[in-house]
Design a binder for this molecule. Structure first.
Ligand code: SAM
Length: 410
């Protein structure tokens, strides 16, 4: 199977190796728009991708097994393209890939932006809300458009998140005869929807007075909508450090409250995943809103009480218990769900739960710490310390084998 990248310049923009693969194929799979770019000299059967594409891939590949098959992909097949699905099915050795420059390479070429300094976000089949994680003053972003409406949606999101002064350029039909660039700012986006094939380039500028959100855990408490049930900033930063999110890992945030721990876990890396379990349905809804506002719309929220609500959840790499520690069976259910090497962190401000954590530490090892944060507050005309309730935190790593002491692993 040969995967051929093709651009808006169609057949005319293909190198000879790609043309030969398409001419000699018994069948060519591709989108309707891409198949229409092929000249009559490509005599193979033309098969349009069904929608949705992913579930149909195994059946289509099986149907053409043993025949010379070419697959048309937009630009670089392995950049947000069909290459992923094909490699999953055929294995990386089962493909011959002839890439074309991606729309992102074209955009950087037109803008004079180094690709390695440019953040790329795809709006194709994914919520645009993820943009909120990568908006930082001075950063350059490229959004792969999902249709003619993407530029207007990007401008609206930038305004809502305090980035209205950002310069926005829309690059349409990159590499094709109809290539055009539209320019404006998010605050004042003057253009009606244009071509559905577009990339939106953003030079991020934060509005004066907008809340700065950094790239590391410990976002300001004001970044969250909350009812007081929020792990406060300094304790939250220490909690995320103890949880130590790594790319691809899954967190259970048990007693999610406002969702801040799950949100900041997911902000650590685009591939981090989290499930927040919250018994109060209003708070569960609030977690969804916070996840959306703070750029991690994929955070899964389970509305229900643990431990019952934990049943059937995918195996976590780490568990945070921020509420419900004294609920019968909750801590055991979390511990049992962890695979060997998994991490558990539990925070509490009550003596009853603290006693429970001290007992667990005797049994499983790990680290018990007390986090006491005080803020400078006015005392008459002077200043004193306003002491927040101290938080007791137990952080432990489950032993890798049944006979190794967990203390040595933590
Ligand atoms: C202190 S808050 C957690 C704050 C959270 N880490 C944050 O930063 O937003 C504790 C939460 O646990 C929830 N909770 C208590 N018991 C629970 C249980 N058994 N199952 C699920 N949630 C529970 C409460 O409703 C409350 O929202």
């Amino acid at each position: 199977m040969t995967v051929v990248g093709i651009g808006a310049d169609g057949w005319g923009g293909l190198p000879e190796a790609s043309r030969t693969a398409l001419r000699e194929a018994d069948a060519v799979l591709g989108g309707v728009r891409q198949l229409e770019l092929l000249p009559a000299e490509c005599r193979g059967e033309r098969v349009a991708w069904p929608s949705p594409l992913r579930p149909a891939v195994p059946r289509l590949l099986a149907a053409y097994a043993g025949r010379r098959l070419a697959v048309l992909a937009s630009g670089d097949p392995f950049h947000y393209g069909v290459g992923r699905a094909l490699a999953e099915e055929a294995g990386p050795g089962g493909l011959r890939v002839l890439p074309h420059p991606s729309s992102v390479s074209y955009a950087c070429a037109r803008l004079g932006w180094p690709l390695e300094d440019t953040e790329v976000v795809s709006a194709v089949g994914r919520p645009l809300a993820r943009l909120a994680v990568v908006m930082h003053p001075g950063r350059r972003l490229l959004v792969l458009g999902s249709g003619a409406g993407t530029p207007v949606e990007v401008a609206a999101l930038l305004r809502e998140r305090g980035y209205g002064p950002s310069r926005v350029r829309v690059l349409e039909q990159l590499g094709g005869a109809g290539e055009v660039v539209r320019d404006g700012t998010a605050d004042d986006w003057p253009h009606p929807p244009g071509d559905p094939l577009n990339v939106v380039a953003v030079e991020c500028r934060r509005a004066p007075g907008a809340l700065p959100l950094g790239a590391v855990p410990g976002l300001p408490d004001e970044a969250y909508e909350h009812d007081g049930q929020l792990t406060k900033r300094h304790v939250r930063a220490a909690t995320l450090a103890a949880l130590a999110p790594a790319p691809g890992e899954l967190l259970w945030d048990v007693g999610g409250g406002s969702g801040s721990v799950g949100v900041e876990w997911m902000r650590a890396h685009p591939s981090c995943r989290a499930v927040a379990v919250e018994r109060d349905p209003h708070r569960a809804e609030r977690i969804t809103r916070n996840a959306h506002t703070l750029g991690v719309p994929a955070l899964r929220v389970v509305s229900g009480a643990a431990p019952e609500a934990l049943a059937g959840l995918p195996t976590p790499d780490a568990v945070f218990v921020g509420g419900g520690l004294t609920a019968p069976g909750l801590l055991d259910a979390c511990w049992d769900a962890l695979p060997p090497g998994g991490r558990l962190v539990a925070n509490t401000v009550t003596l009853e739960s603290e006693a429970l954590l001290a007992e667990r530490r005797r049994r499983h090892g790990g680290e018990l710490v007390r986090l006491a944060v005080a803020h400078a507050v006015p005392v008459g005309s002077f200043t004193g310390w306003g002491q927040a309730m101290p938080v007791t935190q137990w952080a432990v790593r489950k032993p890798l084998t049944s006979d190794s002491p967990s203390g040595a692993q933590s």
